[in-house]
Each structure stands twice: as C-alpha cells, then as structure tokens.
Design a protein around this ligand. Structure first.
Ligand SMILES: Cc1cc2nc3c(=O)[nH]c(=O)nc-3n(C[C@H](O)[C@H](O)[C@H](O)COP(=O)(O)O)c2cc1C
Length: 413
C-alpha cells in the first residue's frame, strides 16, 4: 500500500460530480492513507456528509450555517495534519474563492492555512470552464503552485459535450499516488521474498516458522513507492499489498527458489527477506501420520539456499540478505555476508515480542563489506524506505567508484 502513513484531506465542493468522490475516498484509503473529508455547505446538498463519514471512518468537517468551528480550530488542525489536500470536485465558485484567498468556509480557511500542496480537480459545465473568469482564476492558481488535475473532455451531466468533466477516480488516484512516489528505483525490477515457508510433514502438518511477512511486504510497498516494478515472492502469510505489486504465492523453499529464478532475467535488485526453512522432511508421508508410538523421528534434509544460489548465478546482481538471529546477531550476520558473497545484509534480533518476526516493529543493523549503520526500533513501514535508501546509496557509491576507476584507467592509457 503505497499511501501507508500518508494523511490526506479530500475536500468536496458543490458539484454534480461529488458522488464520484465517495469512491475516491475508498480507493485512497485502500492504498493505506488516512483520509479526512471536508465539505462546503453546498456540497452537502449533493451528497450527505454521513456517506463520507461512514466511508472515511471520521467525522466530516463542514461549514454549518455559515459558521465553522473556530473554537475547535478544525481548519488549522486539518491544515497541519494533511500531507496533501485534494479538492474534488472543485466547483467554479470554489476556484474563484481560492484565487481571492477567501476564508468564509472551513475548506477555504484550511487551504489558506496549509503549507503543503493543494490539488484541484475542476468539474463544471463546459461553458463555465471556458469562461475567461474561470480560466484566469485557474491559471492564477496554477502559477501559485496549486496542482490542477483535469478536467477531462466529454459528455457532461447537463447534456453538453466539452471540457469540464472531473477526471475519473482511477486517474485521480494515480495522481495522488504520484505525489508520494520518488524515483530512486524508477524503471528497475526489484524481486523481494517475504514470509515463512511451510515444509510438509504429511498432508496436514508442516514445519514452519514465526515470520509474518510484514517486513518483506513493507519493503515491496516502499520499492513500489520508489518507482520500481516489484515482484514479491511470498510464503504463506496474511499480509495484503497494493494491486500494483506482482505477488507470486509459494509454500515451500523449493517453490520459492523456482519462482525467484524465473524472475531473475531482468532483475536489478534482489532482496531476500523471507525466513526460508533450512531443512525439509526427506520423505513426506503420503497419508496423515498416525499416533502409534511414543517417539517419532523425522529425517530432515537441507533445503535450497536461495540467496547463495542467486548470487552464484548472477554475481553482478546486487543481493541483500536478512539475518534473523537470537544471539551474536552482528557476528553471524557478517559471517553470512562474507560466506554468501552478498552486497548487503540486514541483521535483526528476533525472539522477543518487541521487535522482529511477527511484530510491527524492528530495529536493524545494515552491514556491507566496509560499513555498518544502526537503525533504531521503528515501525516496519517506516523502516522499509530507510533500508531502500541505504541500498540506493550503496548503488550510487558503486557507480561513482566504477566511474573513478574508469577515469583513472583512461588517464593512464
Ligand atoms: C444541480 C446543480 C448542479 C451543479 N453542478 C455544478 C458543477 O458541476 N460545477 C460547478 O462548478 N457548479 C455547479 N453547480 C453550482 C454550484 O453548486 C454553486 O456555484 C455553489 O454555490 C457551489 O458551492 P461551493 O463552491 O461553495 O461548494 C451546480 C448547481 C446545481 C443546482
């Protein structure tokens, strides 16, 4: 979910397209954002505030009888709270008020008090849109840094055809997403593994581990937000993610190994975050094992070492491993970094409910051959972009070093 941790105000003015905004609220929320809805008094005659309240899960901030709650300072609170304000639909009247800096309704006062960006999705009759007054107002807002999203051309509710339709909800969603994306990994294909693997004992039992998949899924969302095309090879987990992430569901280490190798051809970065079983049962029972005797021994054999095999197959591919340890975390992680010839390893202590495996939190050490960086305990969703920043920095350093090497070489010849 690309908008996780983002706080977005969706502001509704008095236009016929207001009914579409209900869907926008849902879709922005589905991407993980917290949404608060603000309405003009006029907008409430098009769609009831209750609809938006139910959808957003929060009270709707409205101008009531020409007054807004000055004591509660809603307009200031919301202005500070919002990472982005989206006015959809934006009526001709609201556009005129914004250009003049009017503040007679909560919505306009909030926009005046907001330091960040305000996006406007105009929606009106095509003559109203083409009118010089509206055009001058909209150009003025554009020059002041407002984002003008649309309008589209086409059939209108009034029966006319022309420019003035509000953009489709899917287009508005893409524009909202684009405000929060960065381009560090634009155009790159990142393959990430996440979650545990389950190794069958018999048709009903398996050997598993406590990995929840939260860290890997958070990394996949952060990679998506950084512009990458993301393939997530996920073991059995309950996590959900943006529909724009290509998820391949697997169960066993062997299936994960195969799925990863099928993605390697155009892969630019591999992050192995899954807690892959080290061993599987050598002879999986075809039928449910019955309780016959006091003891039951299972013969185990090693599973595929996905990370080692990927690095061997593609030595130039930047490979990041995770080391989850209950003791000697740094020591074991550095050993794994060297043994598997990895480019980076993320070491984290597991075994407590405070952080690691099924927790929402983690604290890690990021190790490379010549560096070590500590990241204090924080939410995995906040940690994931930091890990990607560290990887991006390493990739930039490498590029710089190889340029220096290249320059030195060309100077010496
Ligand atoms: C049925 C109906 C539909 C309307 N549709 C629009 C519209 O799509 N766009 C627009 O700019 N104004 C439209 N208006 C006019 C606005 O509702 C009116 O200018 C109102 O004062 C806008 O209030 P607000 O900008 O404070 O929300 C419509 C009016 C009516 C009665």
């Amino acid at each position: 979910m690309t908008l996780r941790n983002k706080q977005i105000v969706i502001a509704v003015t008095g236009g016929i397209a207001a009914y579409k905004t209900a869907q926008l609220v849902r879709e922005v929320q589905a991407e993980g954002a917290q949404v608060r809805v603000v309405m003009t008094a006029s907008a409430t005659s098009f769609v009831a505030a209750k609809t938006f309240q139910a959808l957003s899960g929060s009270p709707v901030a409205i101008t009531d009888n020409g007054l807004f709650d000055q004591a509660g300072m809603d307009h200031i609170t919301l202005a500070r709270w919002a990472d982005l304000i989206v006015i959809a639909p934006a009526s001709a009247n609201s556009i005129a008020k914004l250009i003049h800096g009017e503040a007679d309704e909560l919505l306009y006062a909030m926009c005046l008090a907001h330091e960040g960006q305000v996006a406007i999705a105009p929606a009106m009759n095509q003559q109203m849109w083409s009118n010089v007054a509206t055009q001058e107002n909209i150009n003025g807002l554009r020059n002041r840094g407002f984002l003008i999203w649309g309008p589209a051309d086409g059939a209108q509710a009034c029966g006319e055809v022309g420019p003035g339709r509000m953009l489709e909800v899917s287009e508005l969603l893409q524009l909202v997403l684009s405000r929060f994306e960065n381009t560090a990994f634009a155009g790159q294909h990142i393959v990430i593994t996440a979650g545990p693997t389950h190794e069958a004992i018999d048709p009903v039992r398996y050997i598993g581990n406590r990995s929840s998949g939260k860290m890997g899924f958070a990394l996949a969302e952060a990679a998506l937000a950084a512009g990458a095309r993301v393939t997530l090879v996920a073991g059995p987990t309950e996590q959900i993610c943006s529909p724009r992430i290509h998820v391949i569901h697997v169960e066993t280490a062997a299936e994960m190994h195969l799925a990863v190798f099928q993605q390697l051809d155009d892969c630019d970065l591999f992050i192995a975050c899954a807690a892959v079983a080290d061993y599987r049962v050598a002879n999986i029972a075809a039928e449910k094992i019955k309780k016959h005797s006091e003891h039951l021994s299972l013969e185990l054999e090693p599973t595929e070492d996905i990370l080692r095999d990927v690095k061997q197959a593609q030595p130039k591919l930047f490979c990041v491993g995770f080391a989850a340890e209950t003791e000697h975390t740094i020591e074991y992680a550095r050993d794994k970094l060297v043994r598997k010839k990895l480019d980076m390893i993320i070491a984290n202590q597991v075994g407590s409910s405070e952080q690691g495996f099924s927790s929402d939190y983690n604290a890690v050490e990021i190790l490379t051959a010549d560096s070590q960086e500590s990241i204090a305990r924080m939410r995995k969703t906040a940690l994931a972009p930091k890990i990607l920043d560290a990887i991006h920095q390493q990739l930039l350093n490498r590029k710089e070093n190889s340029n220096v090497r290249y320059l030195k070489k060309s100077h010496s010849t």
